[in-house]
Design a protein around this ligand. Structure first.
Ligand code: GLN
Length: 489
């Protein structure tokens, strides 16, 4: 059973369910057994939602029994990042300030997946409010990389990536603001898609940086990422930034003849030093394999790349300081204990609850954000960062005149050791140097393992390559990725 679960993809699960090889309930129960046996050593999940999963699985089984057209996601056991609301279940965003919060409604993505009769196994660990690149900023637990338990799974969607990589869910939802889907996918050896800004509703995602946050799939295969993405994408009246992109058949059934025509740009700024040798070697492998499919390569330049990190770390804290202001210790959930007994000045209650409720990275960004937005500093920092953001977006427009998609590393290194960067925020921030510019420009990008887990040598760590596309052209990325995956190693 364990091997069956480990190898299940959305596609193979669907085929097995339709052929009545197993029931959805049976599989959901088997997943909980393996989670209980194995997750102690990994720490992917914060909350298990067994009742919810049983109800979902029964609904899927009923549909099969009635001979309904079950679609691709009926009964599929999924893990959900804890920043995404599932009605009636805990949602903490891995923060102490939300430790006792229960979601009052479903995020739009959850509502859509429920309609498809997907099964939710539980909520996964993350960096507090999605701020971090290792999942060590969780207020509750660390998550270990299933490939090497001494190493981090990446972050902030580390719990979701670890759950999929360890076979503790078939697929998962994460969220990406500066790299939080792609970097953990790369570290854990799974596929992670950051959709075009506005492709997927953010309604019911606990906001970190509203101008960049996007929900996306973390899966074992590129095909699964396409299936899950298509199910959650689309315009939503609850999120005015969403658009109707009409992702058609090409998303699920890419045409090799069209994919071969794609010209791939290699941005020189992403290959000039600072990359670990094994990452550089794996980029060569990825490029070689795509060439063997017939894709052509071209050098391109994104000259403002060097300002990406600075620009991001002004824009993000600014939005964080405003988004996190709502957590005042009165609305949502109250922390137990302390002096918050309702007596004394209101300001004192806020101070006390926020002081105990937010972790160090959240406090750092709230203070920094309040500073860059304050009068006298706004023009020098926030406004300037917005201007640089436009320049970075223009770089991509320029590059896409010469190329259809871009290939870069996802991160400068493979998974680092637990504790290695925890005390040095700046070195942690550098882990996202290749994933951040994409977000400043609102573009789609996918992280794909350069080789399958079974092809890794003992002790070898997974490495992902990133494909970046034009807005709304996820089909180019997923199409190239699908054919890439089908090549032998
Ligand atoms: N590591 C980056 C940060 O801390 C990105 C996080 C994310 O994408 N949510 O901001």
């Amino acid at each position: 059973m364990e091997d069956l679960l480990r190898n299940l993809t959305i596609r193979t699960f669907r085929d097995g369910l339709a052929a009545k090889k197993f029931s959805a309930l049976e599989i959901a129960q088997a997943f909980f057994e393996i989670i209980k046996a194995r997750d102690g050593g990994i720490g992917a999940y914060l909350t298990l939602t067994e009742d919810l999963a049983a109800r979902g699985a029964e609904a899927a089984d009923l549909a099969v029994a009635k001979g309904d057209d079950i679609g691709d996601l009926a009964g599929v056991p999924l893990a959900v990042k804890d920043a995404i609301l599932v009605a009636g279940e805990r949602a903490t965003a891995a923060s102490k300030i939300l430790e006792h919060y229960t979601a009052a409604y479903d995020a739009t993505v959850i509502r859509k997946l429920r309609a498809e009769k997907a099964v939710f196994l539980g909520k996964t660990n993350m960096d507090e409010f999605a701020m971090g690149a290792s999942t060590e900023n969780s207020a509750f637990q660390i998550t270990r990389n299933p490939r090497d338990p001494e190493r981090v799974p990446g972050g902030s969607s580390g719990g979701s990536a670890a759950a999929v990589a360890a076979g503790l869910a078939i697929a998962a939802l994460g969220s990406d603001t500066g790299g939080s889907i792609r970097q953990p996918a790369s570290f854990c050896g799974v596929v992670g898609l950051n959709p075009t800004y506005g492709a997927v509703s953010r309604n019911g995602l606990i906001a970190m940086t509203s101008s960049m946050d996007q929900i996306g799939p973390i899966t074992k295969t590129v095909e699964d990422a396409a299936i899950l993405f298509r199910a959650i994408a689309g315009r939503d009246p609850m999120d005015a930034t969403t658009a109707d992109a009409r992702y058609g058949e090409e998303l699920l059934n890419p045409d090799l003849r069209k994919i071969k025509e794609l010209v791939v740009g290699l941005p020189e700024e992403y290959f000039s030093g600072g990359i670990a040798p094994e990452v550089a070697r794996e980029m060569e492998r990825a490029i070689g394999k795509l060439k063997s499919l017939g894709l052509r390569f071209k050098p391109v330049s994104l000259p403002h790349t060097k300002y990406g990190l600075s620009c991001y770390y002004i824009a993000v804290p600014a939005e964080v300081s405003s988004n996190l202001a709502r957590f005042d210790g009165i609305r949502y959930a109250r922390l137990a204990g302390g002096r918050a007994d309702g007596r004394g000045a209101l300001g004192e209650l806020y101070r006390e609850q926020k002081g105990r409720g937010f972790g160090p990275e959240a406090k750092r960004r709230i203070i920094l954000g309040a500073f860059v937005l304050s009068s006298g500093h706004y023009d020098a920092y926030y406004e300037k960062a917005q201007r640089v953001r436009t320049l970075i977006a223009r770089d991509f427009d320029e590059a896409f005149r010469k190329a259809d998609i871009l290939l870069t590393p996802v991160a400068p290194t493979p998974a680092f050791k637990i504790g290695e960067k925890a005390a040095d925020p700046l070195s942690m921030y550098l882990s996202d140097v290749f994933t951040i510019p994409v977000k400043l420009a609102g573009l789609p990008a996918v992280s794909i393992p350069t080789k399958p887990a079974r092809a890794l040598a003992p002790g070898e760590l997974p490495v992902g390559f990133q494909l970046i596309g034009k807005k709304w052209r996820e089909a180019d990325l997923l199409g190239a990725g699908t054919f890439y995956e089908q090549l032998e190693n």
